[in-house]
Design a protein around this ligand. Sequence first.
Ligand code: GLU
Length: 371
Amino acid sequence: MSRKELLGDVRRVVIKVGTTSLIKDGAVSSDFMDSLAEQVSRLREEGREVLIVTSGAVGIGLKAMGVRPKPNEMPIRQAAASVGQSILMQKWSESFQKYGILTAQVLLTLDVYSDRESAINLNNTIESLISNGVVPIFNENDAVCITEIKFGDNDTLSAIIASRADADLLIILSDIDGLYDSNPGRNKNAKFIPVVRGVDDSIRAMAGDSESGLGTGGMKTKLDAAVICGESGCNMIIASSRAYGVAYRAAAGDEIGTLFLSGNEISKKRRWIRSAHPSGRIYIDSGAKDAVLNHKSLLPVGIVRIEGDFGKGDVADIVSDGAVIAKGIVSYSSKELASIAGRKSHEIEKLLGYRGHSDAVISENMVLLVS
Ligand code: GLU
């Protein structure tokens, strides 16, 4: 099958641009940004919708401020992110203006996204920007993020956005031109892999734990991104940002980069549960574990203990024997669950003073994290 046939109709595409692609010889590359804006404009003329995820805020900010932080020196990185983000957006906006395209900045944090209502609002924002002809440009809001509430890297962020926005294709532009069966930097006989059908252990073994310079991601985070995309029926391509007209060509079906074909699609709600930040933990007994693993709901009687402070409708981890086996949207707050833990469902009304759901987490609101 040709690449075009494998891709099918690419109507909505997310393009992720890494820090190393944006910064050339220590400065932001306006040429690269202009070229990408031109490619986006051509894609839109063909009726495709484009969203961008940009990295570079921290790298650009550090350069502008002339500081070199030690690894993990968070405050200076956060300050750099806020300096760099506005420079970054100014540059993107200038490049897109040349093609008469308006851009919008959307900054996300994992805790905001993990709130179901905010995640739904995000969809509304994306749809109304696109229907008004605007190109949304996303980044993580690094200036206010602490490690616990970070998406962590923009490969993951771009996959979550592609999944949330029901994109047909995510293109990750990077300093590498795709996946090889071993590290091409060290092994000159490394073989290029044009198509991947499912990220399994053998694919992960090929990727090793490669890291690139200024950005956060390596091949590992790109494979994680491929898994997230795969579950939403979205294909993904990793290609070199240096290749001529790369984003346009990748979306149009040229044989460029490595294509990761998507697997079976799971529902949007389940995808969200999987990527949401858990607000607490529900420890369960072995009977409840069997039920959960058999796709049944979690009843209060199987709950041993609650950790964390969460409200009804939040996402919590479901833990058995010290391992997180599932995640789900809770039908009760942490305080309520603590008072009905270990009790039969018919006792709920007496214990809480109202007749709520008989399940603590209903099966439709749960995703298994083990098979
Ligand atoms: N959000 C970070 C930035 O804009 C980049 C994270 C990454 O490189 O994946 O600097």
